[in-house]
Design a protein around this ligand. Sequence first.
Ligand code: FES
Ligand SMILES: [Fe+2]
Length: 377
Amino acid sequence: MTSQTPWSLTDLLTHLSAMSGRSRDQARAMPGAFYTSPEFTQLERDTLFRSQWVCIGHEGEVRSSGDYFTTELVDEPLLVVRDPSGAVRVLSNVCRHRGSTVAQGAGNANRFVCGYHGWSYALDGRLLAAPLITETDGFKKKACALPTLACELWYGYIFVNLDGQAAPLGPTLAAAQPMISNYHPEQQHHLFAAEEVWNTNWKNLVENFMEGYHLSPLHAKTLHPVTPTALCEKLPDGPAFTGYRSNFNPEYPERGPFHKDLTRQEQRSDVFYCVYPSFVVGFCPNFTLYMCLRPLTTGTVGIRWGVTGVADDPTSKLVTDYVEFCKQFSAEDRLQMERLQVGLQSRHYVPGPLAPDAFEGTIADFWQYMSRQLGSG
Ligand code: FES
Ligand SMILES: [Fe+2]
């Protein structure tokens, strides 16, 4: 077989446009450039990630007034804080003096002081003091707050919209609600959070989290005994989300404690959703596992992942065992995602067919979303 010429950005956009509305049986994997082109990554970062709702964490990480953590999205430093009114705020973490980041890491504060020249800000972003600088007509403290960015909570997950132009998030996810509401994610306790960087394109990880086709082969000893590939089924999708269900092996014991509202089927399956572009979450009977993904470079993804649950003690054996289990199968995924990124660089790779809807239909949904967003070029 001859090697392929690498796809240009125009080739990719033409391909995405041509995919619009294509039937499922014609679905084929995407060309390698979808995951390896720096120009395409730049386009995703400049458009998708600035214009859409992107999840950056869970409100359980900022439980009390003054709790905060810092993160970034497409190189925008962000400061997530619980303000004294009880609201979660996402502030631009960039000092209004000469542009340093203001807060670092995570913690609890009653104000934020920039380490460079000591400008200090209230928890709602107001500038409190600019040492040795007097207010003049040209400089009013009131006009120098840290900008508050558009933020919406969905079941406790914090979504930010950098350009402030996106339509409200909630209504776009309403159709997924019947599949999720019995878990009562809003009542679950936040138990664990961690930040990682994997050497793979962000879309590989979205797709991996969202398909059951790999559960048996890749996770032969971890997930296959609970949720084998063969028992997966596709759930209804919408313009802003897709989902699937992985049913338990009938031999597998109960996984409690779970909410009393769970149906028998919900007690015996996990439900996975992707809120486009880059939030993925798995509702299990007893715990919820989530990943907020951010494209760092073409070949690296920033992951803020965590666990919430019915259980309330993060140090209990039930919780630490589950987090350990997540780390085990995540390590399998990570190794595979990094291998995938290597393979996708090849000029000899010719995309193959997708597995049936029950196993990889969610991926076809995700690509249709990408086609809608970027296809018109
Ligand atoms: S850059 Fe923050 S006080 Fe000067
Ligand atoms: Fe996996």
